[in-house]
Design a protein around this ligand. Sequence first.
Ligand code: HEC
Length: 188
Amino acid sequence: MKIPRLALAAFLALPLTASQAPAPEALASQARSLAGNLTLSLQGELFAAMKEGGPVKALDVCRVKAPKIAAETAMGTPWKIARTGIRVRNPENAPDAWEAAKLEEFQKRLSGGEEVSAIEAWEVVESEGRATFRYMKAIGTSSPCLTCHGADLKPDVAGKVKELYPEDQAVGFTAGQLRGAFTLSRPL
Ligand code: HEC
């Protein structure tokens, strides 16, 4: 039987890409562990900065270091790593449509009684014509976060937030609420 060359190429290309891509569970496990590393690095930097210079100084650290630490965590891996939020401080962290839908789902799961640390989601989506694995992991609000994301910030903290982030919306949170999520993606 003679198979047209093009059809054969298409046939070979399909199972090949499918078998080369790791299983979704394996990808999710990679993403989960990167998000875990990022949590530890971010918290370490944040708490050290708070202790050393107080929240106003720590705000500067967050602004400069948070994206840098995310980039460093992703370095040498095929992943892109960022944070997003329910209401964001930095407009660059605003969720896209997929992320916004997942955040909404996370809110429902949290109010349905799920532990925040167990809330995650992943999906293979088409992005710019390419199959992309996307993963999100919920970030809860704990009491140390309220210094900068709570309902009544100290005047010096509020002033510095306004100066650095004129469009800030990431205040008014209470402990136990969903603050945002780590968001990771990699092309397949
Ligand atoms: C010292 C003040 C400070 C504290 C304390 C703080 N944050 Fe933030 N947070 C910031 C700043 C500043 C940004 C914006 C960073 C940027 O420019 O990317 C931010 C951004 C974020 C974002 C990304 C979405 C957004 O709003 O832009 C998340 C998620 C977040 N913080 C979670 C937390 C959590 C969880 C805690 C507690 C463990 C916490 N933060 C404690 C200052 C703080």
